[in-house]
Design a protein around this ligand. Structure first.
Ligand SMILES: Cc1cc2nc3c(=O)[nH]c(=O)nc-3n(C[C@H](O)[C@H](O)[C@H](O)COP(=O)(O)O)c2cc1C
Length: 147
């Protein structure tokens, strides 16, 4: 069984989730208390908080993944790093002995710092980075059945 745990502030993650559902993943969308709107102040605040590795408070997060052997984690890139809600997911979810994958989505299509962290903490994890699939639908083709 495969599970896609993800966060999305402005809908890119949701488009990816639709694709993951088609590929047979169960979905678990994370709700966070932090940012509600994608305005300038929030981008500034979220970017700062992500930059220092802050964890957002999650609403009703279920960290029971015992039914799944594969966990794919989806995070927007904030200030080059994981979004604050996904920092919390990574802290609260025991991924030991799971097949781990990451899908990162960003405005630039890059995610260097997050990739560095993944390589250090989860050296066996597979990673793909998409450039805002809401705008660039063809980016979804990077996720295929084999992933
Ligand atoms: C707080 C904040 C910080 C961001 N920082 C970056 C960044 O450093 N690099 C980048 O390429 N995109 C950055 N973005 C853009 C998002 O990563 C991109 O729009 C992503 O696809 C959003 O996913 P979502 O729509 O599922 O929330 C940032 C967006 C927000 C809200």
């Amino acid at each position: 069984m495969k599970l896609f745990i993800y966060y999305s502030l402005s809908g890119n993650g949701d488009i990816i989730a639709d694709k993951m559902k088609e590929l047979g993943y169960d979905l678990r969308k994370v709700n966070a208390k932090s940012l509600k709107k994608n305005n300038f102040w929030n981008i500034f605040k979220g970017g700062f908080l992500a930059g220092i590795g802050a964890k957002a408070k999650l609403i009703d997060y279920n960290n029971d993944i015992s039914n799944y052997d594969e966990i794919c984690i989806g995070s927007p890139i904030w200030n080059g790093k994981f979004s604050c809600p996904i920092n919390t997911v990574l802290a609260k979810t025991n991924l030991d002995n799971k097949n781990i994958k990451f899908i990162l989505y960003s405005g630039s299509g890059e995610a260097k710092k997050a990739i560095k962290k993944i390589n250090k903490k989860y050296p066996n994890a597979q990673i793909i980075v998409l450039k805002e699939p809401k705008k660039y639908n063809e980016e979804l083709e990077k996720i295929n059945g084999g992933f």
